[in-house]
Design a protein around this ligand. Structure first.
Ligand code: ZN
Length: 156
């Protein structure tokens, strides 16, 4: 794994802080079709993800809950990234995102994937802190549970 350049690290931290302080798509979602909650006992993060579908497309999604900066920023970034995507595209995005934060996939700066991770890359720093990977992926696990009809997930 190549180290993250300092200027990028700085930018990523600003993105995370911004989404932590002003989370997007935060709060209950009127008329949600699916809802699932996630809990990360290691850190105490709690998140509830609500999804509204239009066919197999995620028309809208919101999150609620309380957690650390990483889990909140990741949930916020996830809602922005997934909105408008199909369920299959959301799954693919999660696969790539998980690869990124777990250090199994390289930053998209070197990737040639057609689907750019965009701002989700801001969370790449957690790959250096394995315990934080659960914070970063909690909302995604909750999203998947919601899309697959479950209603509760835990990172354990
Ligand atoms: Zn956390």
């Amino acid at each position: 794994m190549s180290p993250i350049p300092d200027d990028l690290r700085q930018l990523y931290q600003e993105v995370i802080l911004d989404h932590y302080k002003r989370p997007r798509n935060f709060g209950p979602l009127q008329g949600a079709h699916h809802t699932a909650e996630g809990y990360n006992p290691l850190c105490g993060d709690q998140v509830k993800v609500s999804v509204k579908l239009d066919g197999d497309r995620v028309a809208d999604l919101h999150f609620e809950g309380a957690g650390c900066a990483i889990s909140t920023a990741s949930a916020s970034l996830m809602t922005e990234a997934v909105k408008g995507k199909t369920v299959a595209e959301a799954e693919e995005l999660f696969r790539k995102f998980h690869g990124l934060v777990s250090g199994k996939e390289r930053a998209a700066a070197t990737a040639t994937d057609d689907q750019d991770l965009g701002k989700l890359e801001a969370l790449i720093g957690v790959r250096d802190f394995p315990v934080r990977i659960k914070c970063a992926t909690l909302a995604w696990h909750a999203l998947r549970a919601a899309l697959h009809g479950g209603d509760q997930v835990t990172t354990e």
